[in-house]
Design a protein around this ligand. Structure first.
Ligand code: SGN
Ligand code: CA
Length: 531
């Protein structure tokens, strides 16, 4: 070894010792705290990630997202507590149910109360550099971020093309495709953040693959000559579920002309044009793409356009996840950076004849969840524990050496992530959905799901209980609420459901729940931070 090298190494060692002694209020030495990259897509069903397998895994693979499973842990049973955008996001950052964080609905759901505890703000207070990119959709000015750039327009849904962002309070219009742009901004921030001594926590929240499923130009015709396979329950007749699954506005019949990328007649402008595009949204507007088509041909045609555009949007999300992973690889950051990939809820890809989400049924209840953390998480591992979106905040904090305050309702699954599930880990979860009738006419309901069974009460202007044995009926086609063989289990689960409602402080009279559905809390776009 040359003299110069010895000196360099001595300096480096001294630096390491120095930073090891530098401690924050938290238990971990500064230099050991991991970076966090929390990636969340909008409406990305687990069935559209090839690591989870399924109908489209070879036709539309997601190699970059799959890397997280190969190099980290894949979670099979992560559930959303209120399967709709804003409320799920509010639950994720607060670690609380909608009834505790006050954010129940999207439509007339009001503004997220920014004066409450959130995990990004906690990380910021404890020395993390923090940033958020993409979809925010909470109508409030984001707090606890050094930098943010979120979608404005269309009630904070944002636009796929030439999107408008709110960059630290300033409105800016950018040229290009939203998924690529959002990742560009995130990577730009990372370049600076990763040079600092402080760890970083970045929320990268893609708008895609949300409705109206507008793919990047290069992916528009990817599967032109292929007929995509249909899910088993595409032709569900809703028997035993007539008033719930059988009475929605989310079947193929409700896909509108804009979703189907039809070209409007020339000369239509403004409101008239919007009206033309949104035709299909309302009951009685079911249209056929070609004269003479049967109902079935029409439904199938719409499904093909829908699923191809949806999967094509995901191609761009996957590409950009790849860019982020490459950045970490190229800069020696992979080992100590926790990368999470998830979505705000699940989604129907034709199951039960649906698109959209909202129901406690499996396809919308389930969230994809993959975590890579090479320093501590075993590559290629799989976890089957029951976890919900209120558990994310305490987990991320624990990974960063912090503890969530008592008021947080979720439980950290950090130990589960390290491969050691606590013996007393939760074996059931609680669900509550409120928005009705707009959009999609899904009855408000609450329920419980455990490892085998699911029980739900749909209560707004009907009084319907449903019960499913997921082992015998994984597709939830047979509401077995009246089946004699299940009466003992149902009675027991009703008690467990009441206990969960008490535990999560949601044990209120039905009238109060209905009031929440009926209350107009205001439009996201009407608030400062909304637009
Ligand atoms: C929009 C969509 C709905 C969708 C909601 C909620 N209609 O209003 O289909 O259910 O968003 O989505 S659209 O014609 O405007 O696309 S969420 O992801 O924000 O919960
Ligand atoms: Ca969503």
């Amino acid at each position: 070894m040359k003299r110069g090298q010895i000196i360099t190494i001595s300096i480096l060692m001294a630096g390491t010792l120095f930073s090891a002694c530098q401690r924050t209020k938290t238990s971990e030495p500064v230099h050991q705290r991991p970076n966090i990259i929390y990636i969340m897509a909008d409406d990305h069903a687990k069935t559209a990630i090839s690591a989870y397998g399924g109908l489209y895994d070879s036709l539309a693979p997601t190699p970059n997202i799959d890397r997280l499973a190969k190099e980290g842990m894949l979670f099979n049973n992560v559930f959303c507590t209120n399967a709709i955008c804003g409320p799920s996001r509010a639950s994720i950052i607060t670690g609380k149910y909608s009834n505790e964080n006050g954010y129940y609905k999207n439509e007339s759901g009001g503004q997220f109360n920014p004066n409450q505890w959130t995990f990004p703000e906690e990380m910021h207070k404890n020395g993390y550099q923090t940033a958020m990119f993409g979809k925010w959709h909470l109508g409030s000015v984001p707090r606890g971020f050094d930098y943010f750039k979120y979608h404005e327009g269309a009630g904070q849904q944002g636009f796929y093309w030439n999107p408008v962002y709110n960059e630290n309070g300033k409105t800016v219009t950018e040229k290009g495709y939203a998924t690529n742009l959002t990742a560009n901004f995130a990577l730009d921030w990372l370049k600076t953040a990763s040079k600092s001594d402080k760890p970083f926590c970045m929320l990268l929240q893609f708008k895609a693959p949300h409705r109206n499923w507008d793919p990047d130009t290069k992916y528009v015709d990817l599967w032109e000559d292929i007929e995509m396979p249909y899910p088993e329950t595409f032709n569900d007749n809703y028997k035993t579920r007539e008033q719930t699954a059988g009475n929605t506005d989310m079947t193929m019949d409700f896909l509108n002309r804009k979703d189907m990328k039809l070209t409007p007649p020339e000369g239509l402008k403004g409101r008239e044009l919007q009206k033309w595009y949104s035709y299909g949204n309302k009951r009685g507007e079911n249209w056929k793409p070609k004269p003479g088509m049967t109902e079935e041909e029409s439904r199938k045609w719409k499904f093909q356009v829908y699923i191809k555009d949806y999967l094509a949007c995901i191609k761009s999300v996957d590409d950009n996840v790849g860019r982020v992973l490459k950045y970490l690889d190229d800069n020696g950051l992979a080992e100590n950076t926790i990368v999470i990939y998830t979505a705000d809820q699940g989604f129907y890809l034709g199951e039960h004849g649906f698109f959209d989400k909202r129901f406690i049924y499996e396809e919308s209840l389930r969230m994809p969840f993959l975590v890579r953390y090479p320093a501590k998480v075993k590559a290629g591992s799989v976890n089957n524990d029951i976890i919900t979106n209120i558990d994310f905040a305490p987990t991320i904090l624990e990974a960063a050496g912090m503890k969530a305050p008592e008021e947080v309702q979720g439980t950290s699954f950090y130990s589960n992530l390290l491969g050691k599930t606590p013996a007393d880990w939760q074996n059931e979860m609680y669900y509550h959905y409120y928005e009705f009738p707009f959009w999609h006419h899904v009855q408000p309901h609450y329920g419980i799901r455990n490892e085998r069974y699911k029980l739900a009460h749909f209560y707004y202007n009907i009084d319907v209980w449903e019960f499913y044995d997921l082992q015998k009926d994984p597709n939830e086609l047979n509401n077995a609420i009246n089946a004699p063989e299940y009466q003992d289990v149902i009675a027991k689960m009703k008690v467990e459901l009441s206990n969960l409602m008490v535990k999560y402080k949601d044990n209120k009279p039905l009238g109060e729940f209905k009031k929440i559905t009926d209350t107009d809390f205001g439009k996201v776009s009407n608030f400062k931070g909304g637009h």
